[in-house]
Design a protein. Structure first.
Length: 305
């Protein structure tokens, strides 16, 4: 099922046609409140009232024109201004290829530096997403450059990649901010764990190691997973080391395990909801289904009258 869904995410013919269908547009509303910036910002209200922070990402990737990267950067600058004006506890998360990494790494660095500068001015934060494994080294190198001058920046690492534990050690001297996710791309066994139990084991080991670092250095850790049982296991695992529930963020997508998000916030965890928006949602949506194939049942219900 996961392999099929990831193939669907990559298929250009389907990418052009399926988003036009009404049932697909209904189904995706579970995972995103709408396509506009305004839709995304309105969704923060109930979350903020419950003490849940928000992270915003405008969907898109692999731009082919430098001018398009400039448009994306300007959009995020405007988004941060709106977040500040509305008094929302919000941050942004950006894909490097959305800022032109395929075209010019130096220009991408310039865009990220500008975003981090504006984020500092409005007391916010910039997350750098991790894309497929082909971008792992370039993305980490980009983060090393940005983090060297902007401490209000973080990076996403994927627990299913075999290199991730070494990447954590590489970044620790920077006192980094790391969001740890399981991973949502179709990667070969030579570089990635293919079985859930192996991914979960690596996730627990890497997360526990990172969280123990928070006892002696200013490392920020976000656990980006909807696996509530794994989150609670990690919390229990590090509690004897003096790591409390509020020493890290639990980061989940809008609309997924919403009840658990509110429950975890009540139970003393720091929770953030990642709100995605934009019209380039098809490949992102299919990867979300692949992460948790149980969500396919929800999607299939949209076929019914």
């Amino acid at each position: 099922m996961r392999t099929i869904l990831l193939w669907l995410a990559r298929n250009q013919w389907l990418r052009q046609r399926l988003p036009r269908l009404a049932f697909m547009r209904r189904a995706v509303r579970r995972f995103m409140p709408g396509e506009s910036m305004g839709d995304a910002l309105v969704a923060a209200g109930p979350l903020q009232a419950a003490g849940i922070g928000t992270i915003y990402t405008r969907l898109g990737e692999n731009l082919t024109e430098p001018a398009a990267a400039e448009v994306v950067a300007n959009h995020y600058l405007a988004l941060m201004d709106r977040i500040a004006e509305l008094g929302i506890d919000g941050e942004i998360s950006v894909k490097p290829t959305q800022l032109g990494l395929d075209l010019d790494a130096d220009a991408t660095f310039g865009h990220l530096a500008a975003l981090a500068t504006r984020a500092a001015e409005v007391r916010s934060f910039v997350w750098i997403d991790m894309e497929g494994s082909a971008y792992a080294e370039a993305t980490i190198a980009l983060y090393e450059r940005v983090r060297g001058i902007h401490l209000n920046t973080g990076i996403c690492l994927q627990a299913y990649l075999r290199r991730t534990a070494a990447d954590v050690e590489r970044l620790l001297p920077l006192d980094p901010a790391i969001r740890l996710v399981k991973g949502a791309y179709d990667e070969p066994a030579a570089i990635a764990f293919r079985h859930r139990r192996d991914v979960d084991a690596n996730y627990l080991a890497v997360a526990a190691h990172l969280l123990r670092q928070t006892r002696s250095r200013p490392v920020r850790v976000g656990l980006g997973t909807h696996d509530v049982g794994l989150i609670e296991r990690i919390a229990e695992h590090v509690a004897p080391s003096g790591v409390a529930r509020d020493a890290f963020q639990v980061e989940m997508l809008y609309g997924i395990r919403a009840r658990d998000q509110f429950r975890l916030a009540r139970d003393g965890y720091r929770v953030q909801t990642l709100i995605a928006y934009g019209d380039y949602w098809y490949p992102w949506y299919m990867r979300r289904l692949a992460e948790r194939p149980a969500n396919v049942l929800f999607a299939l219900r949209q076929l019914l009258p």
